[in-house]
Design a protein around this ligand. Structure first.
Ligand code: NAD
Length: 274
């Protein structure tokens, strides 16, 4: 199943569905990313703090897939924020990945308490100017953090990667990103596979379409315009999660999923996370 691209605000194409590797140990990442690439994923989401950039890079090299057909994202960790340290951290990430550029480099969290995300972003702008990150963006930024980047730096972030799933739908953030031309990328799109996938309304929609609840949730993300990066290390689920481009949810389904919002975070709060 071919994943359609979305067009970022700099004209670059990003697959709308990719493979996330948080909590996948480095050695296991080689196999998991390899399985994902075989299944047709072309976008991989890693981060320095995940400790699996090397394994991810190895799987990419072993796949033999031409570099320009892949979309690789990694992220600057909180402790490496600052202009010079961000440049150094990027060099380390690139080396571990075994690549000479990434498609997308993100600031992982704003960490407002250390107040270094503006200077960190200026380092990302330099990396972008050098062609070593085709696109740059942020993760877990609240509108107030984005506003400071608009005021104090030159490049509008291409992406803001935020926690987003049917129980935490982030309507205000999505609307703000839409106004500013920033793509919304959903992390923990399946709600980390915990309670969400057992919600009766989702089982009913799944049954109606002959699909799984995970596929229904991923299809919902795709139809509302999110970039989505589900994680699994189970080969059958890896394949299941990309197979969401040959059916469509109707208005009734979308309405039922819309009603599941509880404004409940599973992960850290960007205002206080450090
Ligand atoms: P997720 O919502 O993708 O859920 C993954 C879990 O759901 C799996 O571990 C498994 O238990 C279950 N699952 C997966 N496929 C399933 C299926 N088909 N059927 C049933 N259960 C299934 O959670 P995640 O890993 O937290 O998020 C995805 C990716 O987002 C991460 O791997 C990472 O790349 C990214 N992420 C980024 C941040 C950030 O701060 N930027 C934070 C968290 C995650």
């Amino acid at each position: 199943s071919k994943v359609p691209p979305i067009i970022l605000n700099n004209g670059a194409e990003m697959p709308q569905l990719g493979f996330g590797v948080w909590q996948v140990p480095d050695d296991e990442a080689v196999r998991a990313v390899g399985t994902a690439l075989e299944a047709g994923y072309r976008s991989i989401d890693t981060a320095a703090v995940y400790g699996n950039e090397a394994g991810t890079g190895r799987a990419i090299a072993e796949s033999g897939i031409p570099r320009d057909e892949l979309f690789v994202t990694t992220k600057l960790w909180n402790g490496d924020q600052g202009y010079d340290s961000a440049l150094r951290a990027f060099d380390t990430s690139l080396k571990k990945l075994g690549l000479d550029y990434v498609d997308l480099y993100l600031i992982h969290w704003p960490v407002p308490s250390q107040d270094k995300y503006v200077e960190s972003y200026k380092a990302l702008e330099k990396i972008h100017a050098e062609g070593r990150a085709k696109s740059i963006g942020v993760s877990n930024f609240l509108p107030e953090h984005l506003q400071r980047l608009f005021d104090e730096t030159s490049i509008i972030p291409a992406v803001n990667q935020i926690e987003l799933h049917p129980q935490f739908q982030q309507r205000e953030a999505r609307a703000f990103h839409g106004e500013q031309g920033i793509a919304t990328e959903a992390w923990s799109p399946l709600g980390q596979g915990k309670g969400l996938l057992e919600v009766p309304a989702l089982s009913a929609i799944a049954q109606k379409h002959g699909r799984t609840p995970a596929q229904i949730v991923l299809r919902w993300h795709v139809q509302i315009g999110n970039v989505v990066i589900p994680k699994s290390v189970t080969p059958s689920r890896i394949r299941e999660n990309i197979d969401v481009f040959s059916f469509e949810l109707d208005q009734e389904d979308l309405g039922a999923i819309s009603a599941l919002n509880e404004n409940r975070r599973l992960g850290g709060n960007p205002a206080t996370m450090n």
